[in-house]
Design a protein around this ligand. Sequence first.
Ligand SMILES: Nc1ncnc2c1ncn2[C@@H]1O[C@H](COP(=O)(O)OP(=O)(O)OP(=O)(O)O)[C@@H](O)[C@H]1O
Length: 236
Amino acid sequence: MIELIIENLSVNIGNKKIIDSISTTFKTKELVLLLGRNGSGKSTFLKALAGLTKYSGKIFTSTNEKHYLVTGYIFQNPETQIIGSTVWEDVIFGLENIGLARDEIKKRAEKALKIVGLYKFKDLDPYVLSGGQKQKLAIASILSMEPYFLLLDEPTAMLDKHDRKIIKILIKELKKLNIGVILATHHSNFFFDIADRIIFLSNGKIVFDGKTNNYTELIGKLFSKEGDVFGFNLSH
Ligand SMILES: Nc1ncnc2c1ncn2[C@@H]1O[C@H](COP(=O)(O)OP(=O)(O)OP(=O)(O)O)[C@@H](O)[C@H]1O
């Protein structure tokens, strides 16, 4: 098991403190739901973990590898992540960029596309894929880089119900691969049954970090503390 350890992480944008002294630890094989209302800092937190934004504090791993080398960030809109003119080219792009040998590239791309179930579509233009398949392709490209932690930023926000289910099944499978998943989502009810832990952010601070057997009660409590948590009134 590998740990991603965060100590007193803060992110300022301009004069504003977006992430305010967060400390927590993530583990491989664990699925953490990252919840909070719009603007609470979920994306910024994930981007700091991926090395995509400046921060103060410490982010380190139990293996002493750099955090940005062991995390892979998946954007909400998979189309922003498509680069190749075929599914195969899309996955090998990153692998070629890090200068891997041809055999290794082939092995990793095949493996990643098989995990997400897109290997049979490897010669297709990514733009003909459905929304859920495009999201799977984005996940395959990141998986091929062999991260220990997958950072999913609202991966189902742009998907319909059917595609959402497909992504949920895949996320469940990823846990078996010795990968930690940190999933920022507004679809919290939908993912709750496969989550191991919940982190709730409010104004850039962690206000809850733990497990619950009673999701409705927990969300109710967080709701009563801070008002309209998800943009709808949970008490109804
Ligand atoms: N590049 C930026 N410049 C200025 N402000 C920013 C920038 N990025 C984020 N913010 C601000 O930081 C706060 C947190 O944003 P962030 O996107 O991390 O929240 P979030 O919880 O992911 O929200 P959402 O659920 O809407 O995606 C917001 O107030 C946002 O306006």
